[in-house]
Ligand binder design. Structure first.
Ligand code: PRT
Ligand code: ZN
Length: 283
């Protein structure tokens, strides 16, 4: 049995649960229980605030966790980052009032910067030899300059809309983040096996989401050409059709090449082209 810490509510909750579902680990949402055992997998989910997840995983109260890389870095907890999950993308940036002249990081010398990420900011300032005061605020950092609490801010940016609506300008992108799967450093062999199974399923899911399954009828005369257009995982499947001179061709293609392939196949006489979404690809 492995315990996975997931955010109770907030920006990462929904996609963390969607990820669990996509790899067929069925757990109940946090609305019902703070600890939910999967019906069909040796795992249970522990719902927590994201701030607590790195610590809980590093101490071993949970063996795994899904959390923003920014939280892992800020808490400085010793955990293994086992997978980047491709959602919750954001950055932590320095922003200044939009009217201020900004010519480089020296701007921040002698300034006060409001943030909820003092550790990451402190490291950046040290690396750049900047002597600035860090004012720690836990919420609504973006209002600090207008409220006279600070000269600038260091905060999470995603679309940039919050900065614009608060009259601020992003000047330094300091830390790139996304949701990551973290693991305790001292997993037992059984826990490691469950983690490997989870990683295997995540990878299968990732591979299948980038591919499409393609079926079509094609004149036998065009088959050789079709096979050069469609390099499948090993080779495409070709089946005879009752209609004389035709066969059915099945293949897997990269989703971002789909329309280009379809165009080429139509040009050599393919008909009745079906495009299917793949649920899983087990390589
Ligand atoms: O309650 P709990 O402590 O669990 O949650 P929380 O309120 O601390 O965190 P939450 O749910 O807001 O964010 C969880 C994680 O999502 C963060 O640690 C990041 O890893 C990630 N993430 C991705 C974001 C954003 N995008 C984001 N845009 N976290 C916060 N924001 C906020 C940001 O603070 C700012 O106020 O959104 C605003 C900026 O957004 P834009 O789009 O206007 O630039
Ligand atoms: Zn939080």
């Amino acid at each position: 049995m492995i315990r996975i810490a997931i955010q109770t509510k907030g920006r990462l909750n929904e996609e963390s649960l969607a990820l669990m579902k996509s790899i067929d680990i069925d757990v109940e949402s946090a609305k019902r229980k703070f600890l939910s055992k999967a019906a069909n997998f040796p795992a249970e989910v522990l719902y927590l605030r994201d701030d607590d997840i790195p610590q809980v995983v590093s101490s071993g109260t949970a063996q795994l966790g899904i959390v923003g890389l920014n939280e892992v870095e800020e808490r400085g907890c010793d955990v293994e980052i086992v997978a980047r999950l491709g959602f919750g993308g954001c950055r932590i940036s320095l922003a200044v009032p939009k009217g201020d002249k900004y010519e480089g990081v020296e701007y921040f010398n002698g300034k006060t910067i409001a943030t909820s990420y003092p550790v990451i900011l402190g490291k950046f300032l040290k690396e750049n030899n900047i002597d600035a005061k860090i004012e720690v605020i836990t919420g609504s950092v973006e209002i600090a300059p207008a409220a006279g609490i600070a000269d600038a801010i260091f905060d999470i940016v995603s679309s940039g809309g919050t900065l614009v609506s608060n009259g601020l300008r992003e000047v330094e992108r300091v830390f790139e983040s996304e949701a990551v799967l973290i693991a305790n450093r001292n997993l037992g062999s059984e826990e490691r096996e469950v983690l490997d199974e989870i990683l295997f399923r995540i990878e299968s899911e990732r591979v299948s989401s980038r591919k499409k399954y393609l079926l079509m009828n094609i004149p036998k005369d065009s088959l050789d050409e079709a096979l050069t257009i469609l390099p499948a995982m090993r080779s495409p499947t070709v089946m005879p059709l009752a209609a004389e001179g035709w066969c059915s061709l099945h293949s897997v293609v990269e989703a971002d090449e789909l329309w280009n392939k379809v165009k080429q196949l139509k040009a050599i006489g393919a008909e009745g082209i079906l495009v299917l979404t793949l649920d899983k690809i087990i390589l």
